[in-house]
Design a binder for this molecule. Sequence first.
Ligand code: IVH
Length: 662
Amino acid sequence: MHDSAGEITHLRDELRRHEYLYYVLDSPEISDAEYDALMRRLQALEAEHPELITPDSPTQRVGGKPREGFVKVRHSSPMLSLDNALNEGELRDFDRRVSQLLGGAPYSYVVELKMDGLSMAAMFRDCRFVQAITRGDGVIGEDVTENARTIRSLPLRVQGAFRDFEVRGEAVMNRKAFERLNAERDERGLSRFANPRNAAAGSLRVLEPQITAARRLDYYTYFLLAGGRPALESHWEALEELARMGFKVNPYRKRCAGVEEVLAFCAEWEGRRESLPYEIDGIVVKVDSVNQQQQLGYRAKAPRWAIAFKYPARQAVTAVEGIEVQVGRTGALTPVACLHPVEVSGVTVSRATLHNEDEIERLGLEIGDDVVVERSGDVIPKVVRVSAQGSYRHKFHMPSHCPVCGGKVVREEGEAASRCINTNCPARLKESILHFASRSVMNIDGMGDALVDQLVDRGLVDSVAGIYDLTLEKLLTLERMGKKSAGNILRNIENSKHNPLPRVLNALGIRFVGERTAVFLAEAFGSVDKIAAAGVEELQRAEEVGPKVAVSIHQFFHEPHNRELVDRLRAAGLQFEYSSTRPEGGPLKGLTFVITGTLPTLSREDAKKLIETSGGKVASTVSRKTSFVVAGEDPGSKLDKAQELGIRVISQDELIEMLKKS
Ligand code: IVH
């Protein structure tokens, strides 16, 4: 008999290991598609055996149901905040107090980045995650267990020296996720989040766990407690133990012998903070020894053994010299403030987005005013408020015609954005191509701003589908384009044809259809044609597709212009059918491949995708279970291993031959 329970346990262990590699260590061993395939297999087995589902199963991250509200919970011990040191002098004062209170005994500090998020406690019983509580007022917080469960860097099950314990740390949203979220909200006419911290807080405190899941939060831990008290003798050891247990711990931490080292760390990170993928607003300095922490004790709201060295706000005042309008992929016109150049924490800022007319209204901004600009989560700086009205100021008016193509501009009822409605507007076309080619969509490496500008301006590409009509001759007419890079681009374009249906759907640029919705649509309908033929009602069968999204999809496929696009993409050979539901069948069913070396034309990712969509599996190490090793140039030790075990080695061409035999 097939041992489902055994396979379920094995799949869970594998998924946990891959989640850890991906979300905690940032070094995945397998592709997203492989991960998804493992997850689907587990979901299928659990559906057959619901009695075997446990709350710590990787499938249960987003299983939670919407809630009525949040239950208030008391913390095991108060979650305190920190006093601030705003400059070197205040940090030295803190150090002097510590030294005095410890009566001259030696001590050391641990310094960590102060991540700008929301603090949250997570409880574990018998090595399993059971509850998460927000900081709240420090004494009582809110139970956000179901939402926290969706955070992939929070392990649901751990191994280590402790079984019943609590971790505390920071839930954060990285800059990219933050920007994407705000862009999506702009699209939908929703208000933006002011910074990643608010976005993280807003995402953790929503009633539907699905929303938290889509927001991609991260969780970095910095305390390990047992029975409401520090579990280990020193803070440094606690951080090391947390990392060993599989929690995400910020790698930029240091044990410092004295205040000079602490100051050096603060200075170093003030310069480096911009290079981080997430926001920090300072450095947290903690006395390392827990004994000494107890000796130092607490004040009303904050410990005497720790302090936050805060970086100055990254703001500056400057004049708005003009307001320009940019045209995006959907035709939305975005007003951009042209600023008198000003330095904000080491970077010269001369432009800041104003998002839309309502935002300008809200700010009460006119051209000629002085404004406060800030660099926060966004890479793009923003205008915070008007600091002084200019003596010669004048109002901005959204143009009635597109600044790029001269087409008509309309602002629809209930929408924040004004749009150029000319679907052939070159600005829209450029943005559409950039979206189409971007990494998370069709992933056409090399298809960047400079190339797209030239392709459109010279009329070499008249539609997104025109990418697939490019030839070496056409590309070689462009400036600074050599044979080699042209060849690379053509190869990347060719490879993009293997992208699975969800990516193709996302690439079409249908309003409200992003990465997630595309997957749900592909799963519910299985092909572009079925989606195109579906009515508004029927479209809502797909998960997360409501009336608004359904109408948008329906409209998209009923516009002749878009139909033509779809036909051209079909003719180019893009994937119009969902093949990732096919792994049960396919010519490679039951076979496991290991890829080694550089293949002549396929990237490793593409080779993997090809194998998987034909039902095969790709492993990272050669073992007796390996069916074939696909070897390219410079194959390395995997080839030796294959020969040692007598496993058949094939070339890329042979692999492709195998794929054709269906
Ligand atoms: S320790 C009693 N460590 O900063 C110690 N906090 O201003 C309290 N934060 O509420 C917290 N990174 O939300 C600590 N490495 C870190 C932190 C950190 C960010 C936040 C946390 C806390 C606030 C205090």
